[in-house]
Design a protein around this ligand. Sequence first.
Ligand code: GDP
Ligand code: MG
Length: 339
Amino acid sequence: MSNEESTTEAPDTEASDTFELAPERAFPFEQEKKGFWKKLKKGLLMTHTELIDRMDAAVTGRAVLDDETLEYLEESLIAADLGVETSLELVEKVKEGVRPGETRDLFRIREILSDEVAILLMDAPQRKAQATENPIVTLVVGVNGAGKTTTIAKLARYYRDRGEKVIMAAGDTFRAAAIEQISLWGERLDLPVIRQKAGGDPAAVVFDALKAGKARKATRIIVDTAGRLHTKEYLMRELGKIGRVIEREAADWPVETLLVLDANTGHNAVNQAREFSKVVSVDGVVLTKLDGTAKGGMAVAVARELRLPIVFLGVGEQAEDLIEFRPREFASALFSLDG
Ligand SMILES: Nc1nc2c(ncn2[C@@H]2O[C@H](COP(=O)(O)OP(=O)(O)O)[C@@H](O)[C@H]2O)c(=O)[nH]1
Ligand SMILES: [Mg+2]
């Protein structure tokens, strides 16, 4: 029912110029494709500018790809937070892939790296399809400030634009400001926000949201949470109680948990995700604030080391600043190969 599954399998010819990998899902609309590339480039601007600069410095003026050059290349990748092990493997691929005479061809090196990163990203688990007649409940978790509430607004807009009937639930009852924030988004997007007063029980908010969902025939209910990870017990209790309410009120509605990670935290986000995974079963990751960091390579570390599907990328503070995570396009934008 969601647009994710309903798109066709037609090859995405323009974007696959530099690849001979299996085609990904096509963009449903040409217009959307343009917007996608623009946003992806905006999101990776800092990362790829720094990465290409460093790579350029690593190979410039060198006749052969000697160990020292490869080491600089590796450092460039590590600096973009691709992870030490992954960077090492990637440099090996460059060594194997570059033919004599191509050693100073940065474009060729970028091509190899982009292909290899795409393979790594596509090898990571994909989000499970939600084939259901029932509304989907999306729980959004993550530490304070990661971008949960903003992401919920973006997701609400995303699904609404795809014809879904969306309800948001102000499940972060811990701070009054959080309730105000999500309510404001509701007004801006003209979408309902189910809320109670600050200090209330998040599970009670979810209860109300499920009731409203049934009454209004919603197709998706997106739930904000407080995400206070530093007290693991609290988070467990909060999510446990929400889970039980859903189980009782809407047992056959699919529930997915999306973990929001701030890309600025670089490789530390991997550790954060591990902590959350101990408490809750995470179905997918949204990487936020990609637009404000040169550590965009951390997406590769998340996909590889955590074996969690990255579902969306946040590339700004506005509701439209959200794009689907597409492995091949991401890899190619990381090494500035497209457009
Ligand atoms: N530049 C940028 N800022 C973001 C993004 N996502 C969230 N933010 C900002 O990060 C801050 C914290 O976001 P918020 O949604 O309140 O985080 P929460 O505490 O997890 O709910 C806010 O100032 C947001 O505008 C993003 O993708 N890019
Ligand atoms: Mg919030």
